[in-house]
Write a protein that binds this ligand. Structure first.
Ligand SMILES: C[S@@+](CC[C@H](N)C(=O)[O-])C[C@H]1O[C@@H](n2cnc3c(N)ncnc32)[C@H](O)[C@@H]1O
Length: 236
């Protein structure tokens, strides 16, 4: 059973501030949405269904629905408060969307439809490595032929010195975005506290590429990597 530490961290108060917080701390969110739009544009869609794993407030699910408003969207998150914000954002007349409040390891995969796209944004790094790779296998099995797993997440190199460098670059960008009001040391301290509270367990970008190939994805393509944040598309 996955532990709930990473979802308990997203209670009502945090959920209500999440989009604002993410716009400052989680890289260039506007550009990340553009990457998702562009990837969807290139993606053959045959089954009419997508899945957003760890949808949060629906920031990226919205892009999926903008691309294909006629599709069935299944949104999963372990935080009821985040999921409620996603509901408010994406549920509109005529849309076919289902919301599931669950941890990833409690998903009943055989009950789900075949997906064209499985997307996950900044959620899977909360899992242990073993749980990540198991989930990758389930995602692969849930996709139709030609389907795509689009993964945006936090990545960290293996070596401690290299991790320090990535932490520095990530926090430096936050310092810049907040116009140097808070000293860098304090930003780093807050960042470490948050990551510990959310039970972050990042693996390296390279390990992700390897494991995606190992579960059977034929084309595994790095899309972007900026300090801690990166994107990969894996096609079946
Ligand atoms: C950093 S937020 C990202 C939200 C959204 N994808 C975005 O990029 O804006 C991570 C989300 O994953 C959810 N989450 C983390 N671990 C989870 C797990 N094991 N099962 C289900 N949801 C999980 C959290 O509740 C949270 O809403």
């Amino acid at each position: 059973m996955q532990n709930t530490q990473s979802t308990e961290a997203y209670g009502k108060e945090r959920a209500s501030r999440y989009d604002q917080f993410a716009s400052v701390t989680m890289g260039d969110r506007k550009r990340q949405r553009s990457y998702l739009q562009d990837l969807l544009h290139r993606q053959p869609l045959a089954h009419g269904a997508f899945l957003d794993l760890g949808c949060g407030t629906g920031f990226f699910s919205e892009v999926l629905f903008e691309h294909r408003p006629d599709f069935n969207g299944h949104l999963v998150d372990g935080s009821a408060d985040m999921l409620e914000l996603a509901r408010q954002r994406v549920q509109k007349d005529g849309r076919r969307v289902s919301f599931q409040h669950a941890l990833f390891d409690a998903i009943d995969w055989p009950a789900l439809p075949v997906f064209d796209v499985v997307f996950s944004g900044y959620a899977i790094h909360h899992l242990s490595d073993a749980a990540k790779w198991t989930l990758f296998g389930r995602i692969h099995a849930s996709l139709g032929p030609g389907g795509a797993f689009i993964l945006f997440d936090n990545f960290l190199p293996r070596q401690p010195d290299d991790r320090d460098l990535i932490e520095f670059l990530t926090c430096r960008e936050i310092e810049r975005k907040t116009r140097h009001v808070t000293p860098l040391e304090q930003i780093i301290e807050t960042d470490r506290k948050l990551k510990a509270a959310e039970n972050d367990q990042e693996a390296s970008f390279e390990e992700h590429l390897q494991q995606l190939r190992a579960v059977g994805f034929g084309h595994v393509v790095p899309v972007f990597l900026e300090a801690r944040y990166g994107g990969i598309v894996a096609c079946k």
